[in-house]
Design a protein around this ligand. Structure first.
Ligand code: PLP
Length: 368
């Protein structure tokens, strides 16, 4: 049986090597490395694609989330409700920007539970940070309603959700700001770290722009303190090229999700992500295919012994379970989720035959 890696990093480059070499040669020959036209083109394209009025390319989404909160201004003691089923970067952005992350539990969809957000609100709460996880956008009607009612800021962690929509609106365009990641394994991934911050507010855009470039505005005048977290022009040129193909990429990922669903939905031992179009409010891009499984660890060993790569995300723990960070919370749904979750290969490099091989292997495990 052929081996199926969880993600085949070399193919990201090798499948279209000639195109990437051409782009590298063209951009490098112009000496266009920092804050050049390829970056501003990409930012414009990203705004057009998502419908966000402003986009700023940054070094990575973690910086982007931190910059988003810094543009709002968190004071010591300010609390922000965030999901615990997320990358640590979500919570660390709040912390590094000067606030206090308050992880809350998930709903049955594995995303932040709006009722848990509501229950965590107190006089110190200033914001909400939903994570648009695995390429699915949260119920943003409920989140924004809570934010409006309590006058809270919303920064979306849309690192995993470029192209995903809720009620026809793109992830990353609901709140005051958001960040997207272009880490290599992301649906739109480049050859290193990269990210972008989105916002709809021109004043916030100015602030975000300054924060990402040493406090300088678009004319190079120093307006405030800042840092260096710019998206490399070369990476932006690769991303522009990859964005042209994005609809096809999303379509293929949705096909893979449908096929997994068709082959696995009869197994009572599994809880699968919703298949494409099962809920008219959601358009999912399947950054990951994360399911919950009975006897998860043995299933994973079984798949590994057949050469099939899987992933248990983020060290198998929710944010609040990293004791050394000082959390003393108990979030039962998140903890249960992390005992059962596993990701199957979901990317452009796997074929239908690979998916059948993976599903056959899972069926053989539960039959035995
Ligand atoms: C949910 C989530 N938030 C934030 C990040 C951080 O993104 P980056 O690696 O671009 O800093 C990631 C990256 O994997 C992520 O999945």
């Amino acid at each position: 049986m052929a081996k199926i890696p969880f993600f085949d990093y070399p193919r990201l480059y090798l499948d279209r090597k000639q195109d990437f070499l051409r782009i590298f040669d063209e951009v490098a020959s112009r000496g266009a490395f920092i804050l050049q036209q390829d970056l501003s083109h990409f930012e414009t394209e990203l705004s057009a694609f998502t419908g966000s009025p402003f986009s700023v390319g940054v070094g990575n989404a973690t910086d982007g989330l931190e910059i988003a909160w810094q543009s709002i201004g968190l004071e010591p003691g300010d609390e922000v409700g965030c999901c615990s089923h997320t990358m640590l970067a979500t919570a660390s952005a709040i912390k590094i920007a000067g606030g206090t992350p308050v992880p809350v539990d998930i709903g049955s969809d594995g995303l932040i539970d709006p009722d848990a957000v509501l229950a965590a609100i107190n006089s110190k709460t200033v914001g909400i940070m939903p994570t648009q996880l695995n390429g699915r956008t949260c119920n943003m009607s409920k989140i924004m309603q809570i934010a409006d009612q309590y006058k809270l800021y919303v920064v979306e962690d849309a690192a995993q959700a470029l192209g995903s929509c809720f009620k026809g609106k793109h992830a990353g365009t609901f709140g005051h700001a958001s960040a997207i990641s272009f880490f290599p394994a992301k649906v739109l991934g480049c050859f290193g770290d990269a990210g972008a911050v989105l916002t709809g507010d021109p004043d916030r855009y100015d602030k975000i722009y300054q924060l990402h470039d040493h406090g300088r505005n678009v004319n190079g005048e120093v307006m405030s303190w800042g840092r260096n977290s710019r998206l490399d022009n070369l990476q932006a040129a690769f991303l522009s090229f990859l964005l042209k193909d994005y609809s096809r990429v999303i379509e293929r990922r949705r096909e893979i999700a449908s096929l997994y669903h068709d082959r696995l939905s009869m197994l009572d031992e599994l809880v699968l992500p919703p298949p494409p179009d099962s809920d008219p409010d959601h358009f999912d891009v399947y950054q990951n295919y994360e399911l919950q499984a009975d006897r998860r660890d043995s299933l994973r060993e079984h798949l590994t012994s057949d050469g099939i790569g899987t992933l248990i995300q983020w060290g198998g723990k929710g944010v609040h379970q990293w004791d050394r960070l000082g959390f003393t919370l108990h979030l039962p749904k998140t903890e249960d989720f992390f005992r059962r979750c596993i990701m199957l290969p979901m990317n452009m490099f796997i074929s239908d035959a690979d998916i059948h091989q993976i599903c056959d292997c899972i069926h053989s495990f539960y039959r035995s």
